[in-house]
Design a protein around this ligand. Structure first.
Ligand code: NDP
Length: 486
């Protein structure tokens, strides 16, 4: 299949076919790097969600019972098709999201392939337990797929996070209704065409496009949806939790972060500078794991600051399609304005802008795009809003600290607890700090190094539950114990 991604009229994928929303209403999809219209998105509502849930419910008995080998075979075929279409999918992702094409080609789409491959094979290794209750009984536990589940994913890593959710759900034997972010629907739509090509049975996966508060909320509220796997902002997560709590649905929430990146005086200096720049500005700072609070030990603060600023200033901001570009457009006009207002707030709070601090004006065809310069701010207190609230853009604050205790106090001093990075060559210190940090993930002398078998998720306001490895397969299944009297 060859994709033509320009001016796509995106359709919902329901019961194995592509269809317009029931209301026939569409929204405009624009490219954030040019401001140009690139297609139309269904403005789906509860009626489309109901059709999708119905199709998923009908598909469930066969899909859950067909056996893990059968599911694995189809999913591996799907992974192959994604890999075959890597270039076209990467182009679509970059066009829709504004991220550098190179990043989409080397990270987003390859990771989508890995997600599907990983769960297509992991499900074959999930095993049940048995207990011999000597001498009178044997117990065995069965992991049964939940039924119809909802997967709701954000815009920052569109196909990457979309597949990270649907792959374990499908592999576990659930049928899925997924809602990608309306801001970046393109690769999920192209993916639905690949599902048809792979022979995924009708109704096993359904993709409903539309607004979060409309289509997304209808999905969460639907009584026939057994579980919700959500990745997105903390406020949306709270709203979803309130809706599903009285219904006792299973819920996995991967939410925001305000992650500390802690640089000790005994670090490998060059690696720490390089890694901190990556952690701050990759994907325009729009990764929940980005190190947006850079804490640097006082003894090396000035030297580190100069080196960090030099590297950040050298980042090439520009047309995402160009291979030398490292920083593309932020995802939308709304998000662009939000980031600029956060920088304004940082100024009002007394922050000193050391680098960037505003838009980057590019020549045509990117003159109407949403580009923001990598921005570095210092002189702010730990308690101010800039250091407490997630910005989710190419903005990092610099703060000095003196002791390990102070570093830990700053690191843990927000409501979030998703990820942290520590730069030190002292192994004992690395363990001490890693154990003291309240976050679900701690990287030592690296950032975003991922092994898909490891648990992934946040503490505090960064979420509930873990994705990754067998955890995700357990989430989409429920244990039943069967006790047999001997
Ligand atoms: P949002 O919370 O705005 O949206 C996430 C998804 O939820 C989108 O598909 C959105 O649809 C949908 N949605 C919005 N409102 C509702 C609702 N009431 N009911 C059901 N679904 C709804 O997050 P963003 O898309 O803005 O993503 C950025 C956020 O995601 C950041 O806070 C970031 O930290 C977090 N994130 C967390 C990750 C993690 O693993 N912990 C990973 C990546 C991002 P639509 O967009 O169409 O409105």
């Amino acid at each position: 299949m060859v994709f033509i991604v320009f001016m796509e009229k995106i359709l919902n994928y329901i019961n194995g076919g592509l269809q317009e929303p029931v209301c026939k209403q569409f929204m405009i999809n624009t490219s954030p790097a040019t401001g140009q219209i690139i297609g139309q998105i269904p403005d789906s509502d509860a009626a489309d969600v109901a059709l999708a849930v119905q199709a998923a419910a009908q598909a469930f008995p066969h899909w859950s019972a067909c056996g893990v080998q059968e599911r694995s075979k189809i999913l591996l075929k799907l992974a192959d098709l994604v890999e075959k279409n890597l270039d076209a999918l990467a182009e679509a992702e970059s066009l829709d999201n504004g991220k550098p094409l190179k990043l989409a080609r080397t990270v987003d789409i390859p990771r989508a392939v890995q997600n599907i491959q990983f769960y297509a094979t992991a499900a074959m290794h999930l095993h049940d337990e048995a207990y011999y209750t000597e001498p009178q009984a044997i117990n065995y536990t069965r992991r049964e797929p939940l039924g119809v589940v909802a997967c709701i994913s954000p815009w920052n890593l569109p196909l990457y996070l979309f597949t990270w959710k649907i792959a374990p759900a499908l592999a576990a034997g659930c049928t899925v209704v997924a809602k990608p972010s309306e801001v970046t629907p393109l690769t999920a739509f192209l993916f639905s065409k690949l599902c048809i090509e792979a022979g995924l049975p009708a109704g096993v996966l359904n993709i409903v496009h539309g607004l979060g508060h409309k289509a997304g909320q209808a999905l969460v509220e639907n009584p026939d949806v057994e579980a919700i796997s959500f990745t997105g902002g903390t406020q949306t997560g709270k709203k979803i939790a309130q809706i599903v709590a009285p219904r006792f649905k299973k819920l996995s929430l991967e939410l925001g972060g305000k992650n500390p990146n802690i640089v000790f005086e005994d670090c490998d200096f060059e690696k720490a500078v390089q890694g901190s720049v990556l952690a701050a500005f990759s994907n325009q700072g729009q990764i929940c794991l980005c190190g947006s609070r850079l804490l640097v030990q006082k003894s090396i603060y000035d030297k580190f600051k100069q080196a960090f600023l030099a590297k950040a200033a050298a980042l090439k901001v520009g047309n995402p399609a160009l291979s030398e570009v490292q920083v593309g457009a932020v995802v939308s006009e709304g998000h662009y304005n939000k980031i600029l207002s956060c920088i304004k707030l940082a100024r009002e709070e007394g922050g000193k802008i050391l680098l960037g601090g505003g838009p980057v004006q590019l020549p045509a065809p990117n003159d109407k795009g949403f580009f923001i310069a990598p921005t570095v701010i210092e002189g702010l207190s730990q308690e101010c809003r800039t250091n407490q609230e997630e910005i989710f853009g190419p903005v990092v604050t610099l703060m000095p600290f003196e002791t390990e205790e102070e570093a830990l106090q700053y690191a843990n001093g927000t409501e979030y607890g998703l990820a942290a990075t520590i730069w030190t060559e002292n192994l004992k210190r690395a363990h001490r700090i890693a154990h003291g940090i309240k976050s679900g993930i701690v990287w030592v002398n690296c950032w975003l190094l991922r092994d898909l078998r490891t648990p992934f998720g946040g503490m505090k306001q960064s979420g509930v539950g873990r994705e990754g490895g067998f955890e995700a397969l357990r989430f989409f299944t429920e244990e039943k114990n069967i006790c047999i009297k001997l």
